[in-house]
Write a protein that binds this ligand. Structure first.
Ligand SMILES: [Zn+2]
Length: 163
């Protein structure tokens, strides 16, 4: 965002908060050149959000691509499409609340995994296997154990409900 005072190209976000129930974001910015501060009200268009890849390259945030990845991970699983839309929506909200409208591909992957872990363990393992690019069987086994652990906890939780 360009500084309205000295037209410096680069300004720094110093505060960001959702405004109008998240439909636009109020941002307090400071220009590193003239040190003036100003407020912007930005409607976040996620097409302007960037994912920073491990290679350092930047790529536009692509919700369809995430949906496709989630669809692949949940093939033949009893997961409603609506749930996938909700995951992406939650992720979009999270990015909107970031200070720079940027997210690294690692952060994005971890966000997706976190949501999938809650949703469906098979989908979680599938997504993980593609995303983390398992280097050996050991890391794969660790993930499956993590999922098993979650199942055990859930089953215990369910039992308690009926006691
Ligand atoms: Zn300035």
């Amino acid at each position: 965002m360009r500084c309205p005072y000295c037209l410096n190209e680069d300004t720094k976000v110093i505060d960001s908060r959702p405004y109008f129930e998240g439909e636009s974001i109020k941002r307090r910015r400071e220009c590193p050149n003239c040190e003036k501060r100003f407020t912007t009200y930005e409607t976040v268009e996620l097409s302007q959000t960037f994912v920073i890849k491990k290679s350092g390259g930047r790529e536009k945030f692509d919700r369809d691509k995430i949906i496709r990845g989630l669809e692949l991970a949940t093939i033949k699983r009893d997961v409603q499409h609506e749930k996938l839309e909700t995951i992406v929506f939650d992720i979009e909200k999270t990015i909107q609340n970031n200070l720079n409208s940027e997210i690294t591909s690692t952060e994005l992957g971890n966000l997706i995994l976190e949501k999938l872990f809650q949703l469906d363990e098979v989908a979680y393992v599938r997504f993980m296997s593609v995303y983390k690019d398992f280097k050996d069987i050991k890391s794969f086994v660790e993930i499956v154990e993590k999922v098993n652990q979650k199942k055990i906890l859930e089953e215990d939780g369910n039992k308690n409900e009926y006691e």
